[in-house]
Design a protein around this ligand. Structure first.
Ligand code: PMP
Length: 431
């Protein structure tokens, strides 16, 4: 029997108001294949938001589906307490890929829990609850992670277990260093970091940063900035945590991890990851130097983190993305897409900037000729693109006025062209 009450009304009557949905008429997705998804009305969409970056490789990828089904059919049990073959296999691969010498891996079920674990490690290791975070950042929804989130729209409490200092450096086009060249920008950001450190009382535990800010609207500093920060941090023994929840696994095209664009003074002490690694299955985790990972002197385990089923998905997905060089695909197809987006946007005055790396592209919309963010324009383009058969994302610290594009990494050139055409049409509605 079908329920006569529309699904959206049911959503609203039982779920919190802050669980906001995209679109005036929210979409119910029923299935996906490759880079496409279908809704309950039978409409087909090209997915340029990759299930908010969770669908790393492709929808319903047979290799991952098979691995999940086989493992689920064999055993789903505690992630810990007993030997867990898929967890060890994934940890070996992640550890080897991390770039951190003598790395250990701990699996969680989300990015939030991964960052929460990184904070637990860093504050314990350094015996300090002082954290440096970037303005406009997003690191999760738990009590600890909202208190290191610089994007005010995503930080619902000012009560905090941590003492957080925010530093400049992640946003190029706004704020006090806007429009400085790379060298001057880096020097100004390093000076700001030094200044903030001068104000911190006692030792600071860690700096946490997203190499490319995701929720913040795909903004990134000049290459090498976090490496320059690292030099300052090293003088104080402060740890560097790279939040790779959006940038990991080759999405930025040039590198496997986002931190590798900032590698001149060595790797981070801790990397956190989540989202795409399980191609939609809930995997998060932390990689850290053994000395840092092993600083906890009491038990800390997770019932579902490292579940054999999600780990099997991770092993299969990682193998697929390495074998098919999806990082290279992100670089090639992402480069073409960015070029197309720049060409299209040149004729749309509302697009203030097109930016991105690999298959992460952002279009910042403002009231034409001004710096004033235009969330209504972003919402209008999102609706128009949907009507044309394209799903996009939104982001940005300025009232979500940045259109975000992050398709599955297997996007083809033809699909990139198709999506760019639909987006061009949607943007034209603003002129
Ligand atoms: N860090 C970053 C950079 C993120 O983008 C997100 C999710 N948007 C998180 C952490 C939190 O991940 P999750 O939603 O899996 O808790």
């Amino acid at each position: 029997m079908t329920n006569p009450i529309p699904l959206h009304s049911r959503h609203r009557s039982v779920l919190p108001d802050w669980l906001a949905l995209y679109y005036d008429r929210p979409v119910e997705l029923t299935h996906g294949e490759g880079r496409h998804v279908w809704d309950a009305d039978g409409n087909r969409y090209l997915d340029f938001f990759g299930g908010i970056l969770t669908t790393m490789t492709a929808h319903a990828l047979p290799e991952v589906t098979k691995a999940v089904a086989e493992q689920a059919g064999r055993i789903i049990h505690s992630s810990t307490l007993y030997l867990n073959r898929p967890m060890i296999e994934l940890a070996e691969r992640v550890s080897a890929l991390s770039g951190i010498p003598d790395a250990r891996v701990f699996f969680t079920t989300s990015g939030t829990e991964a960052n929460d674990t990184a904070l637990l490690l860093a504050t314990t290791y350094r015996r300090s609850n002082q954290i440096l975070a970037m303005r406009n950042s997003y690191h999760g929804r738990s009590f600890s992670t909202v208190s290191i989130t610089g994007n005010r729209g995503w930080s619902p409490t000012s009560l905090s277990p941590l003492q957080t200092y925010y530093v400049h450096g992640a946003v190029r086009t706004r704020g006090p260093f806007a429009h400085l060249d790379d060298t001057a920008f880096t020097a100004a950001a390093v000076a700001d970091l030094e200044d903030v450190l001068g104000q911190a009382r006692g030792g600071v535990a860690a700096l946490i940063a997203e190499p490319v800010q995701g929720v913040g609207g795909f903004t990134s500093p000049p290459d090498g900035l976090y490496g320059s920060f690292r030099k300052v941090l090293d003088r104080h023994g402060i740890l560097w945590i790279s939040d790779e929840v959006q940038t990991g696994w080759g999405r930025t095209g040039e590198h496997f991890w986002g931190w590798q664009a900032h590698a001149q003074n060595g790797p981070p002490d801790i990397i956190t990851f989540a989202k795409g690694i399980g191609n939609g299955m809930s995997i998060g985790g932390v990689v850290a130097r053994a000395e840092v990972m092993n600083c906890l002197d009491s038990n800390s385990i997770s019932t579902f983190g490292g579940s054999p089923v999600t780990m099997a998905a991770g092993v299969a997905n990682l193998a697929y993305l390495l074998e098919h060089d999806l990082q290279g695909n992100a670089r090639r197809v992402g480069g073409l897409l960015l070029e197309r987006l720049r060409a299209i946007s040149a004729t749309v005055p509302a697009v203030r900037e097109v930016r991105g790396r690999g298959l992460m592209a952002g279009l910042e919309l403002t009231k034409p000729g001004t710096d004033q963010a235009d969330p209504d324009a972003a919402a209008a383009v999102l609706e128009a693109a949907r009507a044309g058969g394209l799903l996009l994302g939104k982001g940005g610290g300025h009232n979500t006025s940045v259109l975000r594009i992050a398709p599955p990494l297997s996007l083809t050139v033809a699909e990139a062209e198709e999506g760019a055409e639909i987006l061009a049409e949607a943007l034209r509605t603003l002129n």
